[in-house]
Design a protein around this ligand. Structure first.
Ligand code: THG
Length: 368
């Protein structure tokens, strides 16, 4: 079946949509009610290009939820289980958003962009509604909006050379997960050393559509000899790199502790966030299931929903993402599996959609 997505104002375009359509985008997905390119020349060719060159990613879908006002610190801390009490300016924090039951609602990057202002760079759920609801319910003095900010990621090993050409030598000094403002064509852009790949790069938070297109064109022109191309978050690269995808690997039924995000869950008695007591209890008792890596003896796989994993007649977990990995030369999966079934030194025999597959449990991120 070769179906097309019907576009409308409700399924939002981005300031860069016209550029990537002129270039030729092969497929889209929808993320935060907005178009996110999913492939340009095929996922495997895009993967090879990303690992050797530099790509411009229209990741406008990484929407910013802006929390501003006298109670901004309080509200931002209330909705995340990461300790932000000592958060520094110019640093990005990967910080799960949790509900009152300790379940994960989103896994954004959070940044303090001004003394009373936070940006929450969200994955695919409506954090703006959650934050507004908590603010209203708790009578907090804040403004919660989704500003017109459209991130443009520059990813790949040659991203450093390209950014140097456009923004100057200075930008190469920035450390991973730091951000700063850099001028281009008379406009200051907030730029972070971050991005949803393990190939290195930057994210430019474009807050002016016209200047953003000027910048997009400059990056395209300056990167000609580096073979710069439009790209997008890549399924294979992100699975090989162990980058978790909210809505795929984890959702509202999981806690951050079950997803291996323990490093981003704080039990500091001096901070208050929703769901804390439940996460404390789970931390003390230990989790019953957790995300693991699977190496699957198959030569291709494609997943569009959680797939139950059986051992014999017993369901022991569910496979949530998978792809064939050119690097590991097997299929890699990310699965939620019962703790009691994880200790086995024997390979698992699992049934995936009626096929008997041999699988080996491995750590996340995957190592050889
Ligand atoms: N960049 C920005 N916003 C985003 C994403 C992004 N919003 C949606 C989604 N991606 C949020 N999820 C993640 C998941 C992982 C990372 C970033 C955002 C990530 N993790 C690093 C790693 O795993 O190596 C480092 C995490 C750490 O140690 O702090 O980069 O990509 N703007």
């Amino acid at each position: 079946m070769n179906s097309f997505i019907a576009k409308s104002a409700r399924l939002r375009s981005t300031p860069f949509t016209e550029r990537i359509e002129a270039y030729g985008v092969e497929s889209y997905t929808v993320y935060n009610h907005m178009l996110l390119p999913a492939s340009f020349k095929g996922v495997e060719e895009d993967y090879r290009h990303l690992k050797e060159n530099v790509q411009l990613w229209d990741v406008s879908v990484e929407r910013q939820v802006q929390i501003k006002g006298p109670d901004a610190d309080k509200l931002t801390q209330l909705i995340t289980c990461r300790d932000l009490s000592k958060a520094k300016d110019y640093i990005c924090y990967y910080a799960p958003i949790v509900d009152d039951k300790g379940k994960i609602l989103n896994d954004p990057i959070i940044m303090k962009v001004a003394p009373d202002t936070w940006w929450i760079s969200i994955s695919d759920t409506d954090v703006v509604l959650y934050a507004k609801g908590i603010a209203i319910g708790k009578n907090l003095d804040v403004e919660v909006i989704e500003p017109n900010v459209n991130p443009l990621a520059v990813q790949g090993p040659k991203s450093f050379e390209l950014m140097r050409r456009v923004f100057g030598e200075e930008i190469l000094k920035m450390k991973f997960f730091h951000f700063k403002r850099y001028p281009f064509a008379g406009h200051d852009f907030l730029i972070a050393r971050s991005g949803w790949s393990k190939q290195g790069g930057f994210e430019i938070y474009v807050d002016d559509d016209v200047k953003g297109l000027e910048l997009y064109d400059a990056l395209t022109l300056e990167g000609k000899d580096l073979d710069v191309r439009p790209g997008c978050p890549n399924l294979i690269e992100r699975i090989e790199g162990g980058l978790l995808s909210y809505g795929n690997d984890m959702d509202i039924n999981d806690t951050p502790l079950e997803c291996g995000l323990d490093a981003f869950v704080s039990f500091n008695p001096d901070i208050e966030y929703l769901g804390k007591s439940i996460l404390e209890k789970q931390h003390a008792e230990g989790v019953n299931r957790s995300l693991v890596g699977l190496k699957l003896q198959m030569d291709k796989i494609s997943i569009t929903k959680f797939i139950p994993i059986f051992q014999g007649s017993k369901m022991i977990g569910e496979l949530r993402s998978a792809c064939f990995s050119p690097k590991f030369q097997c299929c890699l999966g990310i699965a939620m599996v019962d703790k009691s079934e994880q200790d086995t030194s024997q390979p698992l025999q699992i049934s995936i959609e009626g096929n008997q597959i041999t699988a080996e449990i491995t750590s996340l991120p995957f190592t050889k």
